[in-house]
Design a protein around this ligand. Structure first.
Ligand code: G1P
Length: 294
């Protein structure tokens, strides 16, 4: 069985739900507490043992590459000023030389197309896929648990969570079969089902482990929901010849592609910080009270 060594991060999206904030700044670089959104997702991949980070970028996204590069001037200045803690923190987050790759999705044809753009960088091995809009809060990373499930099943794994049935049309939804290992067998998948037609309320929350055979399917995949090349449609085809397991993630997922999800993520991650919690919790309570009379 081949290990999961590589992870793909599709970061080409325009972030239109976030204008004007994302006019010049990529949505992946917006800050949750004190780290850009993309850093949370890369850290989750690192925790799961990923060794190579592949970014599918687009125009105006070069600052993501800068973020993961060495910043000599900054590092030297911090060293000269004796700010060793801050320097150590930055260096600890720093990928080592050769650990990152970047390719561009030249045309916005959808998630399936973005993933296909990474085919040569991934090669003939299983890979993790992390959608950077979605950041997770839990004691153990979602992908870490998925890698463990993968070690038992050696197949394709999709992480899911329950959603309000009224929201199912916004996501990819899976059908649930028998429990197996620490997950369950996936019996079907549909991307953005019409209201009332979803096979369950288990939505795909943005974490996948996929076999490389997905690339040859994506190459021929026709456009689906939203007139885009959909990854879910290609996975459904791959499911004809390979097993797919669901991993039911029990932590919290924040959709940072939407302003509400982004604000919730900021509050949630700040409340997990012992240096911020006491003051913030008091302020939030007061603000909630005050807002009732508005
Ligand atoms: C994508 C996937 C969808 C998944 C969602 C999670 O949709 O196609 O299956 O549920 O991400 O955020 P998008 O958000 O790109 O429309």
């Amino acid at each position: 069985m081949k290990r999961v060594r590589k992870a793909v991060f599709p970061v080409a999206g325009l972030g239109t739900r976030f204008l004007p904030a994302t006019k010049a700044v990529p949505k992946e670089m917006l800050t949750v507490v004190d780290r850009p959104v993309i850093q949370y997702v890369v850290d989750e991949a690192k925790e799961a043992g990923i060794e190579h980070f592949i970014f599918v970028t687009g125009r105006n996204k070069t600052v993501i590459e800068d973020h993961f590069d060495v910043q000599f001037e900054l590092y030297n200045t911090l060293a000269q000023r004796g700010k060793d803690d801050q320097l150590a923190k930055l260096q600890q987050l720093q990928p080592t030389p050769g650990q990152t790759s970047y390719t561009r999705q030249q045309v916005p044809l959808g998630l399936g197309h973005a993933v296909w753009c990474a085919r040569d960088l991934v090669g003939d091995e299983p890979f993790a896929l992390l959608l950077p809009d979605m950041i997770m809060q839990s004691d153990r990373g979602c992908l870490k648990d998925m890698v463990e499930l993968y070690a038992r099943t050696a197949n394709n794994i999709i992480a899911v969570q329950e959603c309000d049935p009224a929201e199912a049309h916004k996501y990819g939804i899976v059908g649930k079969g028998r429990d197996a290992h620490t997950g369950f067998e996936i019996t079907g998948m549909v991307e953005k089902p019409k209201q009332g037609t979803a096979p369950s309320n288990l939505y795909i929350n943005g974490r996948y482990i996929l076999q490389p055979e997905i690339f040859s399917i994506l190459e021929k995949q026709e456009r689906g929901a939203g007139n885009e090349i959909q990854l879910t449609d290609a996975m459904l085809k791959l499911a004809d010849s390979q097993a797919f397991y669901g991993y039911h993630f029990k932590g919290r997922t924040f959709d940072c592609g939407s302003p509400e999800g982004f604000v919730e993520a900021n509050v949630a991650f700040a409340l997990w910080r012992s240096d911020m919690r006491p003051r913030l919790a008091d302020t939030i309570e007061q603000l909630v009270e005050e807002s009732k009379s508005r």
